[in-house]
Design a protein around this ligand. Structure first.
Ligand SMILES: C[S@@+](CC[C@H](N)C(=O)[O-])C[C@H]1O[C@@H](n2cnc3c(N)ncnc32)[C@H](O)[C@@H]1O
Length: 224
């Protein structure tokens, strides 16, 4: 009996990425067990045939395709990466009909995508932030994915060991508009549920992390 494609994938995710500094092909940061957990969480919590939008393509793309989304918008600037994803799916009989590859930086792709969603009053059920990991890309991704993520939708933030992404994770952990629902990959990735109804965050007065850090960083007042 042949092993189903989904089991083959979670047991041995393909080496889709090559990073010159590491000089070897790799899976992209998620192990098979974490991809399986993410897939199960989306099936359990995101509703039937979810709409999913991710920055950074790779094995998360395949794991999300296996959740049979109505739509998966995957944003990454590299055609060759999508060619490898499509070739893998094709060779394993994994449907890619719901996939819209967006070969572009997220900073360019997300603003018009969000504008269309807002104009049409439509929402995504799942957002994944795993594209560019530096300043300000992580926060650009967060701003627009937050705007298109429905209330009670899921937001995955990967690579919180990096200070840039870590700042976003610390912000979210204190934000009443989010609750932590799962940690993945030994704590390097967190999944939050959006509790807020609005598409945009309140200004700094409604942001507990910014309030707390501003108090911490305030210069001592001169004695009268
Ligand atoms: C850590 S890898 C992605 C991993 C992917 N989620 C996976 O599970 O394999 C980061 C990806 O983000 C892409 N990327 C880098 N900068 C980006 C940007 N500004 N916008 C969108 N994607 C970007 C890279 O091409 C790379 O494929």
């Amino acid at each position: 009996m042949t092993t189903p494609a989904i089991e083959v994938f979670f047991a041995d995710p393909p080496l889709l990425h090559y990073w010159p500094n590491q000089k070897q092909w790799n899976t992209g940061g998620f192990s098979g067990p974490s991809l399986r957990e993410l897939h199960a969480l989306v099936l359990r919590e995101a509703g039937e045939r979810p709409r999913i939008c991710e920055t950074g393509a790779g094995n998360t793309t395949i794991a999300m395709l296996l959740a049979q989304p109505a739509e998966l918008v995957s944003i990454a600037p590299r055609q060759d990466l999508f060619d490898r994803i499509l070739a893998y799916c094709d060779s394993r009989g994994i449907s890619t009909t719901s996939l819209t590859p967006c070969i572009e930086r997220s900073e360019v792709a997300l603003p018009p995508l969000a504008a269309r969603e807002i104009a049409a009053d439509t929402w995504f059920d799942v957002g994944i932030i795993d594209g560019g990991h530096g300043w300000p890309t992580v926060f650009v991704d967060f701003c627009y994915l937050h705007a298109i993520l429905r209330p009670r939708g899921l937001l995955l933030v990967d690579d919180i060991q990096l200070h840039s992404v870590g700042e976003l994770a610390r912000f979210l952990q204190e934000d009443p508009g989010f609750e932590l629902v799962q940690t993945l990959e030994g704590g390097k990735a967190l999944v939050f549920r959006k509790l807020r109804e609005q598409r945009f965050l309140p200004d700094f007065g409604g942001q507990p992390y910014i309030q707390r850090m501003s108090r911490r960083d305030a210069p001592p007042r001169a004695e009268a």
